[in-house]
Design a protein around this ligand. Structure first.
Ligand code: ADP
Ligand code: MG
Length: 240
């Protein structure tokens, strides 16, 4: 579903991604972890067209992301992105947050978009919050709205960038539960997260990044049970 081939990128003189290659198969859950500043957010943003690359190639569901002429708005709808800070539209009600892109990008009717939105709010346990505004919701609820909003576009894959790291501890599990459910339903997912309990439960693959490089790229089982690189072991020792 997603292929990265020798992806490199600089910010000025700083090489943030160094020759990164990996693949995500349909229905696979890939957890990306690594120290702060190692390039995880940049990597995930290159996949849905938010950060251009200098060299290499990225393909999502058969589309060459960085080829001339790729419709990046369409691509972004296909790869639902969920950020650390929710990034809901503050001036729109929850239901409008879920319908606006369906109508503007996918051209759905108001009735169709609303029906889809209501079903998704139900699915993330927020059916009764549709008329509220983001500021009236807890962080955990806002993040579940953000997930529902991304799902409303019928994405071929979901990309998560530390979706629980801005949440109070008691709200982390309500968001992870939704993510586990999605994973079990067969959604293709790339999750930047340090929630290793989540990784153990659902990750088919773990990618460990350090200093702009993919240092490890192995099955979840391998990552948690077998001998790891020095850098990955040091990192895990710190967070576990
Ligand atoms: P991570 O998500 O692993 O913490 P990031 O991808 O956010 O890492 O950042 C990797 C490195 O790139 C960091 O050193 C960061 O300061 C730098 N960086 C990120 N975005 C930019 C930018 N727009 N301009 C310059 N440097 C950036
Ligand atoms: Mg980051």
């Amino acid at each position: 579903m997603i292929t990265l081939e020798n992806v490199s990128k600089r910010f000025g003189n700083f090489q943030v991604l160094k020759d990164c290659s990996t693949t995500v198969a349909r229905g696979e859950v890939v957890v990306v972890c690594g120290p702060s500043g190692s390039g995880k957010s940049t990597l995930i943003k290159t996949i849905n067209g938010l950060e251009p690359i200098d060299s290499g190639r990225i393909e999502v569901a058969g589309t060459d992301v960085w080829a001339d002429g790729t419709d990046l708005a369409k691509l972004r709808a296909k790869t639902g992105m969920v950020f650390q800070n929710f990034e809901l539209f503050p001036h729109l009600s929850i239901i409008d947050n879920l319908t606006i892109a369906q109508r503007k990008v996918l051209g759905r009717s108001k009735a169709e978009a609303t029906e889809k939105a209501e079903a998704l709010l139900e699915r993330v346990g927020l059916a009764d919050q549709a008329r509220k505004y983001p500021i009236q919701l807890s962080g955990g609820q806002q993040q579940r709205v953000a997930i529902a909003r991304a799902l409303a576009m019928d994405p071929v894959a979901m990309l998560f960038d530390e979706p629980t790291s801005a949440l109070d501890p008691e709200m982390i599990s309500e968001v992870l539960d939704v993510m586990v459910k999605l994973a079990n339903e067969g959604m293709t997912m790339v999750c930047v997260t340090h929630e290793m309990g989540f990784a153990r439960k659902v990750a088919n693959k773990v990618v460990f990044m350090d200093n702009g490089e993919i240092v490890e790229d192995c099955s979840g089982d391998e990552f948690f049970t077998t001998e790891r690189s020095e850098r990955a072991s040091q990192f895990l020792d710190k967070i576990l």
